[in-house]
Design a binder for this molecule. Structure first.
Ligand code: T4K
Length: 383
């Protein structure tokens, strides 16, 4: 039983799970002046080129293509790698992951997740393979690395493509190697809610130069030159205003990570006192992407369910999120699939009922974090 007598004061403004890093406005104005002078607003101008080079260096990406959002990047990865038939993926993710498969006329086949990493469980992937499977689409959920070695071995054995949705895995390293080096392609999201962002945006990271060429064609309508269109491509291009913002935000990412680490340390210290709450932490061989701060609520020990805690914290103006509930396998558009049967996804169902995303961003003062922890402690025992 968790007992805390004093109710903290509610915040006088909503406290969100995240706030975007915003560089000084004067710096962005200067970038805009350069864009105005150039007269180039999109189609691979100098801001785009600068950001692509800077990100390749920062992320140690052999090849990288920028996109106007992460979803289109994933959609194009599936096209470029000719994903078809069935694709084994996780139900514990954001809607975009299975949707890109459906848009590519492939059927998502949901495999269960591992109870510790919360990523797709290779044993369940294996059970869900069929002669129609063309690829595995793993998600490094919250920046936790998938079991990339087991997935690679399975892909080699069955001649499957491997695509990673790394929307949360900006800068994640596994055994001192960038996570983006694994799989045929990894998508990164640069949405405003991400540690590194360009308001909207994304990238595909690859190790194969031919795939990079194909991806760049596909994201620009399949246009090779003025007279040749080679493929039915799409418009996935990042524009100059996005790229300029990204270029500036990148300069602030390391400092933001340090501020987020301070916030995380306070949560770790304070929440360990509370029965039934468990903070999700990275495996020792991986680095934290500082993207989400996830607590798992064990209702029988905590004395309050995840949903109750989520609701009660609103009274303190603390707006937590239930990422990722409901499971994608429970969406109206997928629940008819045989693989969406809840009996086949026990771990995913359990985890989706336990997880709560807490506020994590660099603008939170230490006192704010303590106040959030006080509110959590109080809420566990006070309806
Ligand atoms: N795969 C995965 C695994 C993903 O998580 C995502 C996106 C994708 C693929 C697709 O990537 P993109 O195509 O988006 O690049 C958000 C984001 O819109 C979405 O990008 C993200 N995942 C998903 C997990 O979260 P919402 O509906 O929760 O966003 P929203 O608007 O409620 O924002 C959350 C909080 O952030 C707000 O309460 C306040 C704060 N916020 C938000 C925005 C947009 C700000 O302070 N400023 C802002 O500009 O989906």
């Amino acid at each position: 039983m968790n007992l805390t007598a004093q109710a903290p004061l509610p915040f006088d403004h909503p406290v969100y799970v995240t706030r975007p890093v915003l560089p000084p406005l004067a710096d962005y104005t200067r970038s805009l002046e350069q864009i105005w002078q150039s007269g180039f607003l999109t189609n691979g101008g100098s801001q785009h080129q600068d950001l692509e080079l800077a990100l390749r260096a920062y992320l140690q990406a052999p090849y990288l293509s920028l996109f106007n959002n992460g979803t289109l990047a994933l959609l194009v990865a599936c096209q470029a790698l000719q994903v078809k038939g069935e694709v084994v993926t996780t139900p514990f993710t954001f809607a975009a992951t299975p949707h890109v498969l459906a848009w590519n006329k492939a059927t998502p086949v949901f495999a269960d997740i591992d109870l510790e990493t919360l990523c797709i469980d290779p044993a369940s992937v294996e059970q869900n393979l069929s002669r129609h499977t063309s690829a595995i689409l793993g998600v490094h959920v919250y920046g936790m690395p998938c079991d990339v070695n087991a997935i690679a071995a399975m892909a080699r054995q069955h001649q499957l493509r491997v695509i990673y949705d790394g929307a949360h895995a900006f800068g994640t390293q596994l055994e001192e190697r960038p996570i983006i080096h694994h799989g045929d392609a990894t998508m990164l999201s640069f949405h405003a809610t991400k540690l590194f962002h360009s308001a909207e945006g994304g990238a595909l990271c690859m190790t194969d130069p031919d795939l990079k060429k194909q991806v760049d064609l596909l994201k620009n309508f399949g246009i090779k030159n003025e007279e040749e269109v080679l493929l039915p491509g799409i418009n996935g291009k990042m524009n100059e205003l996005q790229a300029a913002l990204g270029r500036l935000v990148l300069q602030h990412v390391d400092a933001e990570k340090q501020r987020r680490q301070v916030v995380r340390d306070i949560y770790t210290e304070r929440l360990r006192e509370l029965l039934g709450l468990r903070l999700l932490s990275m495996p020792v061989n991986a680095t934290d992407s500082h993207q989400y701060l996830i607590v798992r609520v064990n209702a029988s020990q905590a004395g309050c369910s995840r949903d109750e805690l989520h609701q009660r914290l609103k009274k303190f103006n603390i707006i937590t999120r239930k990422y990722f509930y409901p499971l994608c396998s429970d969406y109206d558009c997928y629940k008819h699939l045989p693989s969406a049967d809840p009996r086949r996804l026990p771990n995913a169902h359990r985890v989706a009922s336990e997880v709560l995303s807490l506020p994590l961003h660099g603008a939170l003062a230490k006192d704010d974090v303590h106040r959030i922890c006080d509110a959590i402690a109080f809420s566990l025992s006070h309806p």
